[in-house]
Structures are given as C-alpha cells and as structure tokens.
Design a protein around this ligand. Structure first.
Ligand SMILES: C[S@@+](CC[C@H](N)C(=O)[O-])C[C@H]1O[C@@H](n2cnc3c(N)ncnc32)[C@H](O)[C@@H]1O
Length: 217
C-alpha cells in the first residue's frame, strides 16, 4: 500500500494522478511523463513540487550548465530531465523498486545527445552512500514527508554535499513534522526560502553547508 503524502480529499489531485501520462513543456521540449499511480503509487506520478522546481530552474535562478547534479527521490524523473535539458550532468535516483519506471521516462524524454549526461541509480536514503561522491547541486522535490526517513535523508544530503554544494529542496509543508526536517537541516546548513508558489503551496529552499565559503544563498 502506498504511503500518501497529501490529503486524500483532494479529488482533482487524484484525478491527475490516475491519468496514465502527464505532459509538460520545459526548455523548449515537450516532456511526456508516464504515470502509474495504481500499481506504483507515489513514485510513479508527478507532484506539484517537481513542477514548481522545474519552473524555478528554467527561469535561470541557478546556472546548471556543466554542473554535477544529483536528484533524490526522483519519482517519475521530471526534475532530473529538466536539469539535463539545462545542461547539467545529472544522477537521477530513487529507491530500487522505482528505478525501472524512472528509467523509462528519462530515456523517452531525453534527446539522444544528452543521454550520456544522465545516470539513473538506485539510492535508498542512508544506504550504500559510499557509492556516491559529492555533487555541485542536490535537488529534491517533495521528499520531505516520511518522518522515519528524516535522519537517513539528512545523512544522505550530508554525504553528498561539500562546502561548495547547493541544496535545493521544493516541498509542501503539510505537517509540523515536515518543518522539523528543515530544523534538522539547519543544524548543518544555512537554509533560506527562495520561492513560494501560493497556487500549489510549494516552498523552495536553498541550503549551503554551514561554514562554507559560499556567502550568497
Ligand atoms: C512524493 S514522491 C515525489 C516524487 C518526485 N520527486 C516528484 O516530486 O514528482 C516521494 C519520492 O521519494 C521516494 N522515497 C521515499 N522514501 C525514500 C527513501 N527512503 N529513499 C529514497 N527515496 C525515497 C519515493 O520513492 C518517491 O519517488
């Protein structure tokens, strides 16, 4: 049974999730994401936080060209695809069980010449982190929702980040516990809200390791 990070009453959201695909336009590309809510749940649909983060990235808020980027909890892969279209070298990750579906969406939506810039890997937060280096940018959309994963999620972000890394998290803060994760982050990172989309109630936070030379958040 899928763990559902939203209010079950939101009928329009459910209708959208039950659609077998969803189409978006980013970076002059039509991106058609396959969805499979019924069989695969949360990791096989596109969440608002992903769309809002893609809009933020496309607006040029951060220059991703040539950067190494890792996406955590990528789900259907929209953010990773858009990061690659913006010129980043992207490692797109999710739990093992979500990787096959993720791979399908990424392969179908990336132009051939960019496929070499994208790696899809299983990454369950807190596990086998030694297989991963640090990255210029860590992105995550709607990954702050399972309280029991918070220590491992933080451990993962710490492992993947150096003093130069920018962390970008987009999320809805549905419950007080979600705010608790941001408080845990603040023990190690300078965290700043850089965008709020009132239509979807999605926040975007930027974070840098405390003590890093990067002054601008
Ligand atoms: C709400 S979905 C968001 C998916 C996608 N980022 C988006 O915004 O469309 C949360 C994602 O986190 C992943 N996830 C949950 N727990 C995880 C864990 N312990 N390790 C890695 N990924 C996890 C799920 O598989 C799912 O893809």
């Amino acid at each position: 049974m899928a763990l559902v990070p939203y209010e079950e009453g939101a009928l329009h959201v459910l209708q959208r999730f039950h659609s077998s695909d969803a189409t978006y336009n980013f970076v002059n590309h039509s991106i058609r994401i396959k969805q499979n809510w019924k069989e695969m749940g949360v990791s096989a649909v596109v969440w608002d936080a992903a769309v809002v983060l893609c809009i933020f990235l496309e607006a040029g808020s951060i220059n991703l060209k040539g950067s190494s980027v890792i996406e955590l909890g990528a789900g259907a892969g929209l953010v990773g695809i858009v990061a690659a279209l913006l010129g980043a070298h992207v490692t797109i990750t999710d739990r093992e069980m979500a990787v096959e579906f993720l791979e399908l969406n990424v392969k179908e939506n990336l132009p051939k010449d960019l496929q070499g810039n994208v790696f899809i890997k299983p990454l369950t937060w807190g596990q086998s982190l030694e297989n991963f280096p640090t990255f210029d940018v860590i992105v995550g959309a709607d990954i702050i929702y399972l309280e029991e994963t918070f220590p491992d999620l933080l451990k993962t972000i710490l492992h993947l980040s150096s003093e130069h890394t920018l962390v970008l998290l987009s999320c809805r803060l549905r419950y007080q516990r979600d705010q608790n994760f941001l408080d845990m982050m603040k023990e190690h990172f300078n965290v700043k809200e850089v965008h709020y989309d009132s239509h979807t109630d999605v926040h975007i936070y930027k974070a840098h390791r405390k003590g890093s030379q990067t002054k601008e958040l």
